[in-house]
Design a protein around this ligand. Structure first.
Ligand code: BGC
Length: 814
């Protein structure tokens, strides 16, 4: 475990602190006393934040100003801070001890900055690959996410920093998150999407929780009585603070009555001016107000924030200990998905490495989690550092810019543009004019006099002459729908409501030939973007491919994927890599067969068209400040990879629920796949994924043998022997999946219910036991509003991925 100390005794100690005491705890009494001394005005102002990241101070009552900071991949709000790898990378470690170290480390980063409330962990699930925030979360499995959430919360709160589990609930995509409704049946919510929240609240006892921006079944989370009062308070007994996401509140009365305690970043609806008349008329009561204030006060006293400064100046802000944890997460969470034998690189033979691509110094994704570190390691620096003096590294960004396509103006006499009211290009155009090209970002502004800024459509017609022979890449970027015909053939049809997305396609053109063009576009609300154009494939690669160096290199590393700008909170991302990156991979492989592709994303990407020819492929998620050192260690075999994928990669998105589930239609995102989310869907529909949930390669090989099930008081325990059958030391993650052979309700074939990392020397064997708690297999019976333990035969599978399950055995639940 690379010199890390074992913290299991501490885990047990923390587990023992699990329950609220039967007699009112000290902080309950303290809160009650302070509440009794507060005026109604003080209480009314207390339930709205101030200065974006604070709960206000009340010096008269000894209440300090409470400082918050965003997460989940750093304590990012107050200047530079240690930047950890993505949540998906942390989850891919399947290492509870390391997850706990992450929690301790984060808490110390928070204490170094005087932060009381850390706005994390994020436990929404990677239902669809396109969600722009997948990287902040922990993948697609509720069990794994729940285990990690509990561990992180306990470790952070142990050091008297409150966590804020977010975003409650079903906030599983980003475009139009402020208006879309997640339409999910109750059983699916309870068994899949609410599970990590339930664990975070009941087991982790998170001090705070944050509601999502979205609606659940038609009602905004911030005022959703079922979510906040019934599930959270009544069913789970939550006593902590429920805060709004920033600007996610929508009404005064509903927010107040249905369970919001704290409106952030400040009061817009729960203001004293708006609440006072409701109090006076009796529509709301002071007792209800007291409940909210009481919860905030209890949080303050629970963590002793009135008794000592929260800032601990003895902890360095740029803490080397945090850096070690960040590095270790990347070592264990980076996933090797394909290796035709090119890896590991042999330092005695590999002397020249070329690094290409835009991802050389990508650290994290974008939005409120983006953490700016004090220092970071790029891929070429990591390789230099680990490769040593014998290895020369050259870096070429070769970043093709698809946006250059939109500068295309080569139309014969321009284009005829007709602007219509409404989305359907109907009636007489409101305006007709000649335009030189299509390159518009109107925002909400009218595209021309007499045309509305929203809810309009446009048709461009004309022709262009091909400037040269060869392959041209066509690009269209639109918010919302666009469809295109060339010479009467429909070549693109993206006629849907969506945020700005770039679609590309390729055509071979003949120099001088005239091609007819028709482009139709509509704007259905929000921003308006319409762009179209083309450019020769070679131009897209910037003509800067270092051909000679690539041919002469002993290995090539191509870094592709997304970054802070292209995968971010507030927007979803395309499933495919940008065209220019696919071309970059294809060209690099043509020039050098020892090419390794390293991808940055929070979930699956389209691997069609390049993966089959790629000798090695690594999913690096987002690596954090030191993750590229870990990457280099993996490339050279100093670290044997052990990360396991936490989101399924399909062969083709077509026909999977990922495709039909997105984008939302008419403001609704319907969870039609129900319980069969992620790998459950692939199992049920017998679709083979490209890379299965739980998969990941090592430089050695393992064998599982002999499965024994023994009965425990609350379930069973699976015992197996694992052997390292290769010649290198390595670590494997044994995964336990379980499912009923027959059930009276629809169920997944099997679900992850346990796991264990095992480190083994070459030839070494270890016997490992993994418990399976029977209640983990209970189903939610909506009519009776109860969890039900079903009788019947349960099969337990053990293996090294959701699709590589060497052993299984059945037991009977009586
Ligand atoms: C995000 C939250 C974040 C908050 C404060 C919101 O936009 O959704 O996750 O904690 O901003 O920065």
């Amino acid at each position: 475990m690379n010199g890390r100390m074992t913290l299991l005794p501490l885990l047990l100690f923390i587990a023992a602190q699990d329950k609220f005491p039967d007699v009112p705890a000290f902080y309950v009494r303290q809160a009650e006393q302070t509440l009794g001394r507060m005026t109604v005005d003080e209480k009314l102002t207390y339930i709205g934040g101030e200065d974006s990241m604070f709960i206000r101070a009340i010096p008269r009552l000894g209440l300090p100003r409470i400082k918050m900071s965003d997460g989940p991949v750093g304590v990012r709000t107050w200047g530079s801070a240690p930047a950890y790898p993505a949540g998906t990378c942390l989850a891919s470690t399947f290492d509870p001890e390391l997850v706990q170290q992450f929690g301790f480390s984060i808490a110390r980063d928070a204490r170094a900055r005087g932060v009381n409330i850390w706005l994390a962990p994020g436990v929404n699930l990677a239902r669809i690959t396109q969600n722009g925030r997948n990287f902040e979360y922990e993948g697609e499995d509720p069990y794994l996410t729940a285990r990690n959430a509990v561990t992180i919360i306990k470790a952070v709160q142990w050091q008297e920093v409150s966590t804020t589990v977010k975003h409650f609930a079903a906030n599983d995509h980003e475009n139009d998150r402020n208006s879309d409704s997640s339409e999910v049946d109750e059983r699916t919510l309870r068994e899949i999407y609410l599970r990590p929240f339930e664990a975070a609240i009941r087991e982790g006892m998170s001090g705070a929780a944050m509601c999502g921006y979205n609606k659940v079944n038609g009602i905004y989370c911030s005022e959703n009585e079922w979510l906040l009062r019934k599930v959270l308070r009544q069913d789970w007994g939550y006593e902590g603070v429920m805060m709004s996401d920033w600007g996610a509140a929508h009404s005064t009365l509903n927010d107040f009555q249905n369970g919001l305690d704290l409106e952030m970043p400040d009061a817009a609806f729960m203001t004293p001016a708006k609440l006072k008349p409701l109090l006076a008329s009796g529509q709301i009561t002071e007792a209800q107000l007291d409940e909210k204030v009481r919860r905030i006060l209890q949080l303050i006293y629970r963590f002793h924030w009135t008794e000592r400064p929260q800032e601990d100046p003895s902890i360095p802000r740029d803490n080397p200990a945090s850096d070690k944890v960040a590095l270790q997460i990347a070592r264990e969470g980076t996933v090797l998905l394909k290796n035709d034998g090119v890896l590991p690189l042999d330092k005695t033979r590999v002397h020249k490495i070329v690094v290409l691509g835009p991802g050389n110094r990508v650290i994290n994704g974008g939005g409120s989690s983006t953490t700016h570190p004090f220092h970071s390691v790029s891929i070429d620096e990591g390789i230099k550092q680990i490769g040593g003096d014998g290895v020369q590294v050259a870096y070429y960004p070769v970043i093709g810019k698809i946006n250059e396509a939109f500068e295309f103006k080569g139309y014969e006499n321009g284009l005829k543009a007709e602007y219509f009211a409404g989305k359907k290009l109907e009636g007489a155009p409101l305006q007709t004019r000649q335009e030189t090209g299509i390159d518009y970002e109107w925002g909400g502004n009218p595209p021309g006099p007499g045309v509305p800024g929203i809810d309009f459509s446009t048709r461009w017609t004309g022709s262009f002459r091909a400037p040269a022979d060869g392959i041209f890449v066509f690009a269209a970027r639109s918010d919302d729908g666009i469809r295109i015909w060339i010479d009467g053939n429909k070549v693109l049809d993206s006629w849907i409501d969506r945020g700005a997305v770039t679609d590309t396609f390729r055509l071979t053109l003949k120099k001088g030939q005239l091609y007819g063009l028709k482009v139709e576009f509509y704007q259905g609300g929000g921003d308006a973007v319409a762009k179209f154009g083309m450019l020769p494939v070679e131009q897209l690669l910037n003509q800067s491919l270092p051909t000679a160096e690539l041919k002469a290199a002993d290995a090539v590393v191509v870094s592709v994927g997304f970054d802070e700008v292209s995968e971010s909170e507030g927007m979803d991302r395309p499933y495919s890599l940008p065209t220019e990156q696919v071309l970059l991979i294809q060209n690099a492989i043509k020039l050098n067969p020892r090419t390794i592709v390293v991808n940055h994303s929070g979930a699956a990407i389209d691997t069609k068209g390049w993966l089959d020819h790629t000798p090695a492929f690594i999913q690096a998620w987002y690596p954090g400040q030191s993750g590229n050192q870990a990457l280099a260690e993996i490339l050279f075999g100093d670290v044997n990879p052990s990360g396991k994928l936490v989101t399924t990669f399909p062969v083709d998105i077509k026909g999977t629920y990922y495709e039909s589930a997105y984008p939302p239609k008419a403001g609704k995102i319907v969870y039609r796949e129900g319980l069969f989310m992620g790998y459950r869907w692939f199992d049920k529909n017998r679709v083979t994924p490209r890379f299965a949930f739980g998969s990941g390669l090592s430089y050695t090989t393992f064998k599982l043998s002999g499965l024994k099930l023994s009965t425990l008081s609350n379930g069973v325990e699976a015992t197996t022997t694992i052997t390292n059958t290769g010649s290198r030391a390595g670590t494997e993650v044994i995964q336990l999946y379980a499912g009923y052979d027959k059930s009276r309700v629809a169920r997944a074939a099997r679900e992850l219910k346990g796991y264990r990392r095992v480190e083994l020397a070459p030839g070494e064997s270890k016997t490992v036991s993994i418990p399976l708690e029977q209640h983990a297999l209970d189903y939610w019976d909506t009519p009776t509003q109860k969890w039900v333990t079903e009788r019947g035969n349960v099969t337990v599978w053990l293996g090294t991925s959701s699709r590589d399950l060497a052993l299984h055995k059945t037991y009977t639940v009586r």
